[in-house]
Design a protein around this ligand. Structure first.
Ligand SMILES: Cc1ncc(COP(=O)(O)O)c(C=O)c1O
Length: 354
């Protein structure tokens, strides 16, 4: 078609992001959602505030204030205020905002969250990937001792990492911060690991932490992410942020969810407990990697990832396949930890199927 000549050529080879499969009446364990769902306060907020949707969103500052309180309570230090926070339409949008704002090249490790690489490609920017060790642990020396790292201006560190579930040690994050590049630590799964670099934002002006309310708070569908950094970075990012990027119901529900942190914490506790149980059972059959998240990553060889997926799908359970990963041996799948009831069904299926 003649219209194709108008497309930007560098976009043609980019694959769209493929979300985890969803089928009605299936147990969905494909997207690291929190299947316990949101607090009742969130549901009430949607009901009570639905009449306000004729207005443009106007609670950005209030949400940022409340998030900074949440951050301060999690570090036990009075480090952040609303000027240290930026909101995103999910942390996905924050990744895009960072790539729009900061100079390339960028660097991260592999495998990690696909959006850093995909969004870089969309903006025709260079994103380097340094492989993790064979067991998916992070080797800081290998990461920093090479030309690509020297050239990179922004470093993306996903910790805990999606899809492998592992963490980057704090001492390694500090080593990387000392190279005076922009360092983005993606803490989407922070609440499940209880590990954060947030307190380092006071010390290192090159550190940006991004987080999401999609996972622990159980509001993935409402799309709320936030970034924390020093005031200068946050001010600059606001020049690029689309106006009204977080819609008014999302703002209301963020406030409501933050009013019920105890609800979130109870569910996170249940998920972490079940992750350990599930991990032990899965590791009787497969190689399962240590996870500090709400999911497990496993090598299901001698089955293929697709065979594993199909066998669960027959039992109305949806997992996520990664298949073969370039440079790594194995057949990889990722399974989110569901509710207690869902996990019991999953365990029964795994024990009786493989
Ligand atoms: C590491 C990581 N970062 C960011 C995101 C995006 O989260 P959000 O739903 O807030 O866009 C995800 C979602 O799966 C993720 O795993």
């Amino acid at each position: 078609m003649y219209i194709s000549k108008f497309f930007k050529p560098h976009i043609s080879d980019i694959s769209p992001y493929i979300p985890g499969k969803m089928s009605e009446n299936f147990i969905k364990l494909a997207s690291n959602e929190n299947n316990y769902g949101p607090s009742k306060k969130v549901i009430d907020a949607i009901k009570n505030k639905s009449g306000d949707v004729f207005r443009y969103p106007y609670k950005d500052e209030l949400v940022r204030e409340k998030i900074s309180d949440y951050c301060n309570s999690s570090t036990g230090k009075n480090l952040t205020c609303k000027e240290n926070i930026i909101l995103g339409n999910g942390s996905d949008e924050l990744i895009e905002l960072l790539i729009k704002t900061f100079q390339s090249p960028y660097i991260g490790f592999y495998p990690s969250f696909v959006e850093y690489n995909r969004v870089s490609k969309i903006f025709n920017e260079i994103y380097y990937e340094i492989p993790l060790n064979d067991d998916f642990t992070f080797d800081c020396r290998k990461f920093t001792n090479n030309e690509k790292f020297e050239r990179a201006k922004v470093v993306f560190l996903c910790s805990p990492n999606n899809p492998t579930g592992g963490i980057i040690e704090r001492r390694d994050i500090e080593k990387i911060l000392k190279f005076n590049k922009i360092v983005v630590v993606d803490e989407a799964y922070y609440e499940f690991s209880n590990l954060t670099s947030l307190d380092l934002t006071g010390e290192y002006e090159n550190l940006i932490v991004i987080r999401t309310m999609a996972k622990a708070f159980g509001i993935a569908g409402l799309r709320i992410g936030y970034g924390i950094a020093n005031k200068e970075i946050i001010k600059f990012l606001h020049k690029v942020k689309p106006p009204f990027n977080v819609n008014c119901l999302a703002q209301e529900t963020a406030l409501a969810a933050l009013d019920d942190v105890d609800f979130m914490k109870r569910n996170v506790e249940r998920i972490v407990k079940d992750r350990e149980i599930l991990g032990k059972i899965l590791s009787k059959k497969f190689k399962v990697f240590d996870s500090r998240t709400n999911f497990l990553f496993a090598d299901v060889f001698p089955y293929t990832a697709q065979e594993f997926f199909d066998k669960l799908y027959e039992k109305k359970i949806i997992a996520r396949t990664f298949g073969k990963l370039e440079g790594f041996k194995g057949e990889y799948v990722r399974i989110s930890v569901g509710t207690e009831e869902e996990n019991k069904i999953l365990i029964e299926v795994i024990e009786n199927t493989f």
